[in-house]
Design a protein around this ligand. Structure first.
Ligand SMILES: O=c1ccn([C@H]2C[C@H](O)[C@@H](CO)O2)c(=O)[nH]1
Ligand SMILES: [Zn+2]
Length: 100
């Protein structure tokens, strides 16, 4: 995750024996930044050991929408170097927003 002021916060998949509690790399990176007091983001790159560019799960998409603007670039990478560029808003259209 690259912040507006040029910092880079990394994340990794943090697995748990109770699978649903696993924290994906994307959310780890966001929480890493937020827990360091940084909440303005420029772009995120997501890498997977996959044949196709990896795609974030629904939970990470929701968290991305809450901390990042819809137009923020999201770069998806595969193990072979293929790259796909998308945005937070494209990944989760019509997303839930806090209305209060
Ligand atoms: O089969 C899979 C698919 C995705 N991820 C994780 C790795 C990384 O945290 C995130 C990327 O979206 O998903 C896995 O661990 N296993
Ligand atoms: Zn995820």
């Amino acid at each position: 995750m690259v912040t507006k002021n040029g910092q880079v916060f990394q994340g990794c998949n943090i697995e748990n024996a109770s699978f649903g509690l696993t924290n994906c790399a994307e959310r780890t990176a966001i929480f890493n930044a937020v827990s360091s007091g940084v909440k303005t983001f420029e772009m995120i790159g997501i890498y997977g050991e996959t044949d196709e560019p990896i795609s974030p799960c629904g939970a990470c998409r929701q968290v991305l929408t809450e901390f990042c603007p819809d137009e923020m670039p999201v770069w998806l990478f595969s193990k072979t170097g293929d790259v796909k560029k998308t945005t937070v808003g494209e990944l989760l259209p019509y997303h839930f927003k806090n209305l209060t």
